[in-house]
Design a protein around this ligand. Structure first.
Ligand code: ADP
Ligand code: MG
Ligand code: MG
Length: 908
């Protein structure tokens, strides 16, 4: 190898690390599994020796189609060292060293290669293994497993062929489980498996151990680019060029008889967070047997009876790991003839409730500080804890389980089509819409239903996406359920659910129950509502944990959190939930109901006088709304948005009205008002109302409309001041595209305010600002800031106008396809599109502040309550986020997480 052009070698890059050389912080290079194997090795825990091939080697392989030139030798050197340590050679005929080849990227990823165990076995070495172990059965069992795993994962043979052959062998012997097959039968099975490989893969099962190992290593590299892995990365925005590491680990055997076995364990209960003994163990088994459900496992606690020495050692190790990782760890281990071996550990997944409990428990144990505890939880978990849930003590009959697609607890009668869902819900029934999968035609049915249940499709299926968008409970992909829409029934394990039978679905766990499961309010919401106190002696442990972490988040966050609330009731709830003001009070609802008629008068007004009269009617009503709101939010800022939606929304439906007028005309008693109304409806009808006469445009073409609203706000504020209140109103102009629009409205508004101040003798200090929700507004933010004291980014409309799609029209029609193709990882209406919409926000912030350094900046789109978006808004320097009252705790928590400086945390 004199002619080595590989730049990595020139730079002395190392592609292979012994387990003794790595550590847990090298996940980029060694992958999660490799980094943690190294960490455990260096902690002195019993890890079977081995080495890790780096992600760098994989990258070279993926770029060039070939492994780096130096890799073969480097692997050879590490293998030789391993052989020396173990005192035997890979595949050595009389006493073979065997290894496993395991994939392991930085992020665990579906679609990566399954582990191949027992590499090094061949027709020859299987005999040696049998002799060394003194166990023929064990050796042939190991060999058949190798051919099966290797055939399937490395050579791409359909795994069912092996499973069928195994099944046949069991049937022939009339035994139920694989451990009942003896050596002779397993030997026959090996012959059968080899035939399958030959005929399916077109080659013999390789007998050369190094060839086995190299093929498996390449297969791991190749698995980086499986369709599933690629799709997952696109959706999760994991860069496609990270590559995976490969771990080569000497084998230990859990299938050497009853004094051997394999298991999984957690250092704490991942459901409750309690410390204790949690896990499963399976005697005389290897690898995935324990989770594959091929035989019945025993609870980990039973290991104490089976093998006290290993059990005690495992408990000791679990404590070491918890103290070292300062977190719940999940563990894979194997016992080989009474000797315990650690095969994997990582920081384990947990339920939302456990996350909060564990974080505070670890603070109490002195393992982490509060800043770290805050990073250990997230807004999505908090949101989950706020949904009502099924009573845990209720007796339930579980029908099956699917994917928890959209949280909540829903109960209703089973219906199998949208039409029935709508019909029944109109007559007051609660229904659960059950479909194999949903499509845009089901939309109305989904709206009518309490919850949606499908038997097909994953987290990005139509049902899941749309349900999440609507905030509706959804369980999807419940594959055990056989949905028969024609016969209007579903079957599961021989159980039949007919149309009209009551079912309950849990969108937080994916569980599906027969009958009505009682729903209880979330204790966390009771706490936020002030109906449950964290300080009370008998307070729920979860509530205490949430309280502590929220208090810390509030202490450290820079972003303020406001609420989108249109009335005093919502405002009061928002206040209880911790809102520091109202970021968006829409005024359109103040024109509906009984007041709609007054709006009609306004629209139909022919003369100035008629119009002024209509406005005069509305003024006192508007004022009263504001007085209530300012009182509810006394001392806190309230941003009131002047009228935004197109006028036709306040007029009767065009078809209905046309029919009414036509019928009246045929009876020759046409109503004058209806005729004028119909004319107005026609006049105001728009192809694209979203892009039509709305927002500031209304204020400019309907004289007196905005000034009436400003007057109502000003008079309400004056009244509150006179009542010794502390109103802090901010007047917000929607849909501004250019500073000139704002200047005109501003001048008129200032006059009105001055009028009111003069008339009442009160100094009002009202501020005036604008929404930034059109690309042009963002692009000219520097100019607009000259006429605005604050900006509030309306990221819903901004997203629509930047992408050029209307949410109502497109979400149900093509978002599923976009999510499935990985064009979106998540809907841009859920999480702000940082590169596009976000860039406009960032630039507008800079331009606005350049013009007016004390410009107040906030966001009032739904993104204000989305965790990832909150971090973005923190980062670009907004002053506050505003979201729906229910999302306020989530925003508070995430604002704290964004501001907290705890570095080096693994928790994203
Ligand atoms: P996954 O990433 O799916 O967890 P692993 O690489 O951990 O895959 O391996 C799958 C199974 O094989 C696990 O149960 C693991 O404990 C077991 N295993 C892996 N390597 C060895 C080995 N060298 N000896 C014994 N069992 C092993
Ligand atoms: Mg594993
Ligand atoms: Mg808007």
């Amino acid at each position: 190898m004199s002619e080595n052009k590989d730049p990595h070698v020139a730079q002395g890059v190392k592609f292979v690390y012994d387990f003794t050389e790595g550590n847990k912080d090298l996940k980029d290079l060694l992958g999660g599994k490799g980094a943690n194997l190294a960490e455990m090795t260096n902690l002195g825990l019993p890890v079977p020796p081995g080495f890790t091939i780096t992600t760098e080697a994989c990258k070279v392989y993926l770029d060039s189609g070939e492994e780096p030139a130096a890799l073969r030798d480097e692997v050879g050197a590490h293998l030789a060292a391993l052989e020396k340590k173990m005192g035997k050679k890979l595949g050595q005929a009389d006493d073979p060293l065997l290894v496993s080849v395991r994939s392991g990227a930085k992020f665990s990823m579906p679609g990566m290669m399954d582990t191949v165990l027992n590499i090094g076995l061949s027709d020859k070495s299987v005999q040696g293994l049998a002799k060394q172990a003194g166990d023929d059965r064990f050796a042939w069992d190991s060999y058949r497993r190798l051919i099966q795993m290797f055939g399937k994962t490395v050579l791409g043979v359909d795994g069912e062929l092996f499973e069928d052959a195994l099944e046949k062998a069991k049937q022939a012997k009339k035994v139920a489980v694989d451990t009942d097959l003896d050596a002779a039968e397993l030997k026959k099975l090996v012959t059968r498996f080899k035939k399958i490989v030959k005929s399916e893969a077109g080659r013999d099962f390789p007998q050369d151990p190094r060839e086995q190992m190299d093929l498996a290593i390449h297969a791991v590299f190749d698995s980086w680019n499986t369709e599933r892995a690629k799709l997952y990365r696109r959706q999760e925005r994991i860069p496609g060029d990270l590559g995976t590491a490969v771990n080569v680990c000497s084998m230990v055997f859990g299938n050497l008889g009853p004094d051997s076995g394999t298991g999984v364990a957690f250092t704490r209960d991942p459901a409750s967070g309690q410390q204790g003994v949690y896990g499963d163990y399976l005697q005389n088994a290897q690898g995935e047997d324990v989770v594959a459900g091929i035989r019945n496992t025993v609870p980990l606690a039973d290991l104490e009876q089976l093998d006290k020495k290993s059990y005690d050692q495992l408990m000791q190790i679990m404590e070491t790991l918890e103290t070292h990782y300062k977190d719940l760890c999940d563990i894979e281990f194997t016992i080989e003839r009474g000797q315990l071996w650690m095969l994997q550990t990582r920081v384990g997944k947990r339920t939302a409730g456990a996350a909060f409990r564990i974080a505070t428990q670890l603070v109490d144990q002195g393992l982490i500080d509060e800043a770290e505890a805050l990073q250990r939880v997230n807004g999505a978990q908090l949101a989950q804890l706020m949904f009502p849930r099924f009573d845990e003590d209720a007796k339930v009959e579980q029908l099956g389980r699917g994917i928890a697609a959209s949280p909540g607890a829903a109960v209703g009668k089973a219906v199998f089509d949208s039409y029935t869902a709508i019909k029944w819900s109109r007559s007051g029934e609660k229904v659960i819409l059950i479909r194999r999968e949903t499509n845009p035609d089901d939309l109305d049915g989904m709206i009518a239903a309490e919850g949606i249940l499908t038997s097909r499709g994953g987290k990005t299926s139509h049902a899941a996406v749309v349900a999440r968008g609507m905030g509706k409970t959804c369980v999807c992909g419940a594959e055990d359920l056989e949905v028969d829409t024609k016969r209007r029934r579903l079957t599961v394990n021989g159980h039949v659910v007919e149309e009209g039978d009551v079912v309950s679905i849990d969108g937080s766990t994916g569980k599906v129950y027969l009958g009505e499961v009682p729903v209880v309010p979330s204790p966390v919401v009771e706490y936020f509502e002030g109906r449950m106190h964290a300080g009370a002696d008998d307070a729920d442990e979860l509530v205490k944990a949430v309280h502590r972490i929220m208090a810390y988040a509030d202490r450290v966050r820079r972003l303020r959190v406001r609420a989108n609330a249109d009335n005093a009731e919502d405002a009061l709830r928002a206040r209880r939930f911790g809102a520091q003001g109202i970021g968006l009070c829409r005024t359109e609802h103040m024109f509906l109901g009984e007041r709609r008629e007054m709006v009609e008068h306004l629209i139909l007004a022919d003369t100035d006088e008629e119009r002024e009269n209509a406005l005069k009617e509305l003024l006192p009503l508007q004022k009263r709304d504001f007085v209530e709101l300012f009182e509810a939010m006394d001392g806190l800022p309230v941003t009131v948005r002047l009228l935004d939606p197109p006028l036709h929304e306040f007029l009767p439906d065009i078809t209905e009205l046309s029919v009414r007028v036509a019928l009246a005309e045929s009876r020759k008693d046409a109503n004058e008002n209806d005729l004028r109304l119909l004319q107005a409806v026609h006049r105001l009808h728009e192809q694209n109302p979203m892009l039509g006469l709305r927002g500031v445009r209304l204020g400019l073409v309907i004289p007196g409309l905005f000034t009436m609203q400003v007057r109502a706000i000003a008079e309400a504020a004056a009244e509150r001041k006179n009542a010794k209140g502390d109103p802090r109103a901010e007047i917000m102009i929607p849909l501004v595209g250019t500073v000139q629009e704002l200047e005109i409205v501003r001048e008129e508004a200032e006059q009105v305010i001055a009028d009111v101040e003069r008339a009442t003798g009160v100094n009002l200090k009202l501020s005036l600002g604008t929404m930034i929700e059109l690309p042009r507004a963002a692009l000219t933010a520097g100019q607009i800031a000259e006429a605005a004291e604050f900006f509030s980014f309306g990221t819903n409309d901004l997203t629509q106008t930047v992408w050029g799609f209307s949410r109502d029209d497109v979400e149900a029609s093509f978002f599923t396809a976009y999510l499935e193709k990985g064009i979106f990882g998540v809907s841009p209406f859920e999480t702000i599109d940082k590169d596009g919409v976000g860039k406009l926000v960032r630039d507008a912030v800079a331009a606005g502040r350049a013009t007016r350094p004390d410009l107040k900046l906030g966001v009032c789109g739904e993104h204000g309550g989305d965790p990832e978006s909150v971090h973005f808004f923190h980062e670009v320097g907004l002053d506050y986020v505003s979201c729906s009252p229910f999302r306020i705790p989530v925003a508070r928590l995430e604002a704290g997480r964004a501001a907290s400086t705890s570095a080096g945390s693994d928790h994203r």
